[in-house]
Ligand binder design. Structure first.
Ligand SMILES: Nc1ncnc2c1ncn2[C@@H]1O[C@H](COP(=O)(O)OP(=O)(O)O)[C@@H](O)[C@H]1O
Ligand SMILES: [Mg+2]
Ligand SMILES: [Zn+2]
Length: 515
């Protein structure tokens, strides 16, 4: 007796169809799984056997062969407990739904020994694949069902136990597919933590972060402890433009695979804000390990990666950021297989200016020796510093600012300006979306030539800065990109002197700290 059940697998962010074939023959009772399954799949035997028995069905005392096709892709995870069980129960006529009706379904799910279904990772990308393949109905664990709420054209059934599913397939129980929710509705109901209106003073840091948000520029904030660097970074997502549905779906896919989605969260509507600790391992940052999990750089995709106290991170960790900063993607390999995850984020980093924190302060004395300061700063490698567009000095807030009654501008007002500048960029790069270029920070050299034309005076200013600050070619390009964003914020078609001047200002720490 043979039965074939549809299921799905995952490579990187993409799902693929898996056919679970179950062949039951007379003979010594065995349970063989073929088709490149990993250890968790091989262990399905115990879960499937116990689940079937504990839900009061019969497990056949026969020779069972289970094939996961296609056999040339390594499959991992415990997704196949459910399709294997359904296959066994269908081949033994305990599931009475005709085979051609069952083939309209795909099944994904891990079983507990008692027969209840457990939440699994990566359901959303698999559901998208099912829909693209024309599968109309998918059964998933109840705790994953919210991930299906945003996909139209697909009936997704969330079930709690194996028995519940069998009653449903045997027409003895009604289960309704998950209702669709509108993305606009959830988005409107989400709350953000941190708002610029809660931060007193710090006008120049706020201005710099507005430019960063408007053009997607990476930022390093330098200032003494307690000056509000962490607070500013946390409020930063509140001035970023809203995610489009497609961006949200991509972010949610990554978090679905990483298992960082809460079961109540169907879709992530806010741009991610990730702040991995400085003791984070390189693998946790970039992704990989046994299961090629997405790392922090991918979890921060379409959002913010915040490295607080940057010199505390190991050089190796910092160097590991280079690929994603350059390409917006990261390659993760395991088992001779490589997968690519998106990793396009705005980097916000913060640091004290020296080990004691007071170097450069006008009010407090720095107790560090030049050697100590040099050692501290030398941890930030040149190549990484070159990938940061703006350095901002954040001074301690004054008593006047903190005690003042002046009300600060709320994030939503800043966001209006950011959105306008982004709109200009969306039109500018309309033909470059294939190259994944949406913001000024990602402009290629050809684009720089086209969109950052300077008049003679601007050119001269930049030349003087280039020599005086001993800038690298990369730093030069970054100044142009930032100047372009400043011009966009003003709605100015041309880059003017004041734009170049301000952009150079965000590099001038080069002189004070690195040379
Ligand atoms: N500009 C500010 N407005 C309001 N509170 C501030 C400001 N700057 C600092 N604070 C307060 O000081 C605390 C420490 O700030 P924090 O962001 O952790 O500083 P840093 O990261 O620079 O060491 C904050 O939690 C906040 O309560
Ligand atoms: Mg801090
Ligand atoms: Zn010091």
């Amino acid at each position: 007796m043979l039965s074939i059940i549809n299921s799905l697998g995952l490579v990187g962010l993409n799902g693929y169809l898996v056919k679970v074939e179950i062949d039951i023959n007379r003979g010594l009772p065995t349970y063989d799984i073929v088709g490149l399954g990993d250890a968790s799949i091989k262990e399905s035997k115990q879960r499937v056997l116990s689940a079937i028995k504990n839900q009061h069905y019969n497990f056949p005392i026969d020779k069972l062969t289970i094939n996961l096709a296609p056999a040339d892709i390594k499959k991992e995870g415990s997704y196949y407990d459910l399709p294997i069980s359904i296959g066994i129960l269908s081949a033994t006529n305990q599931v009475t739904m005709p085979k051609e009706k069952i083939s309209e379904f795909a099944f994904i799910g891990e079983l507990s020994l008692d027969g209840s279904l457990r939440q699994v990772k990566g359901v959303l990308p698999m559901l998208i694949t099912a829909r693209n393949l024309g599968i109309k109905k998918v059964v998933v664990p109840f705790d994953n069902a919210n991930e299906a709420g945003y996909l139209e054209g697909l009936d997704v059934y969330g079930v709690k136990t194996l028995e519940e599913l069998i009653l449903f397939l045997n027409n003895e129980k009604i289960i309704n597919p998950i209702e669709n929710v509108s993305y606009e509705f959830v988005k409107a109901n989400s709350v953000l933590t941190g708002d610029f209106s809660q931060i007193k003073g710090q006008a120049s840091a706020k201005r710099a972060l507005e430019i960063s948000a408007a053009g997607g520029h990476n930022v390093l904030m330098i200032g003494p402890p307690g000056s509000g660097k962490t607070m500013l970074a946390r409020a930063f997502p509140s001035i970023l433009p809203d995610m489009t549905f497609d961006e949200a779906l991509e972010v949610t896919k990554i978090h679905s695979i990483a298992g960082t989605l809460d079961k109540s969260q169907g879709i992530l509507t806010e741009r991610p804000f990730r702040s991995p600790h400085h003791t984070t391992t390189t693998v946790a940052l970039t992704g990989g390990g046994m299961k090629a999990k997405p790392g922090e750089v991918s979890l921060a995709h379409n959002g913010v990666l915040f490295l607080d106290e940057m010199p505390e991170y190991s050089r190796q960790t910092i160097e590991a950021l280079r690929q994603s900063l350059e390409d917006g993607t990261i390659t993760v390999s395991r088992n001779a297989q490589t997968v690519e995850y998106p990793a396009n984020f705005i980097l916000i980093a913060s640091m004290n200016p020296c080990p004691c924190g007071n170097y450069g302060s006008t009010t407090k004395e720095c107790k560090c020796s030049p050697n100590q300061i040099h050692k501290y700063l030398s941890k930030l490698s040149g190549p990484l510093m070159d990938r940061i567009d703006m350095y901002i000095e954040v001074d301690s807030v004054t008593f006047g600012d903190i005690s003042g009654e002046i009300s600060e501008e709320p994030s939503k007002d800043i966001k209006v300006r950011v959105d306008k500048a982004r709109q200009i960029q969306t039109e500018r790069f309309a033909n470059a979306h294939g190259q994944k270029i949406y913001s000024n920070s990602k402009m290629t050299t050809t684009m720089l030539k086209k969109y950052c034309k300077l008049d003679a005076v601007c050119n001269e200013m930049l030349k003087i800065a280039f020599d005086a600050l001993k800038l690298s070619a990369r730093a030069y390009n970054r100044i142009l990109k930032v100047a372009r964003t400043i011009a966009d914020l003003e709605g100015s078609e041309n880059i003017k002197r004041e734009h170049i001047f301000e952009a150079i200002g965000y590099r001038s720490l080069d002189e004070k700290y690195w040379i």
